[in-house]
Design a protein around this ligand. Sequence first.
Ligand code: NAD
Length: 253
Amino acid sequence: MAGQRFDGKVVLVTGAAQGFGLAFSRAFHAAGAEVALIDVNIDEAEREASELTAAGSGALAVRCDVSDEADARAAVDATVARFGRLDVLINNAGLHLTKYNQPFGSLGATELRRLLDVNVVGVVNCALAASQAMAPTGGGVIANISSIGGYLSTTPYGVSKLAVRGLTVALASELAPIGVRVNAIAPGLMATENAIADLPPGMVADFVENRQLIPRLGGVDDVVSMMLFLCSDSASFVTGETVRVSGGYPLGM
Ligand SMILES: NC(=O)c1ccc[n+]([C@@H]2O[C@H](COP(=O)([O-])OP(=O)(O)OC[C@H]3O[C@@H](n4cnc5c(N)ncnc54)[C@H](O)[C@@H]3O)[C@@H](O)[C@H]2O)c1
């Protein structure tokens, strides 16, 4: 991704073992950052961290369930212990499979709590732990992952991602005094392996042909380039925003 460099910066990515989180970790590392890969899937995170370390600047894997406040703090502490500081948090870990897009009446309270614990409380846990670590060095950047589902919020998943948009504004306000910017990206339908495998037949074609303005399937690179921009000094006057990267669906005033 041309232009954005993160040499000397430390970046923590949640949900880093696969999909968007893995792509963010690789992109920040390639741009010069030291990267902490945080995931419940520690085996994959460790494998990737070893490969990144062999290829350049440092990388660290930490097992962490973001819905657990103590886990989130421990992951941030381990990152600072290893790299000495924390500059960027990517709040990417999330539950998003089709089962969370069924009606509230079908999902049940146990699954609903788990969804909100990971997608909403997890963002707060990591943001608060990370911002405390950022404060001593003058601040930093937090980027959350919402979804276009957060604009069409008729399902439990959509409501969880609407909450992420709200949290982005709330945390931007709360953390501005310590120099932390907070923004979000709302990806559209994207070709991450897990998402595509889970979708009902015909949904991708319907999005691309009938709903988007730009008639191609979005890919991780589309989101990675926006992420690098939002976390860089080029976006130093941008906070509290959710940016849709969705080929123009859904537009609205
Ligand atoms: N793929 C899409 O089309 C799409 C579109 C819009 C938004 N999103 C959002 O982007 C994010 C990543 O999506 P993806 O497609 O890469 O997902 P994915 O399922 O491929 O990867 C998610 C990662 O998060 C980890 N994870 C899950 N729960 C966790 C927890 N409690 N603590 C720590 N790690 C946990 C998983 O182990 C996995 O490695 C999610 O927040 C998702 O809602 C995805």
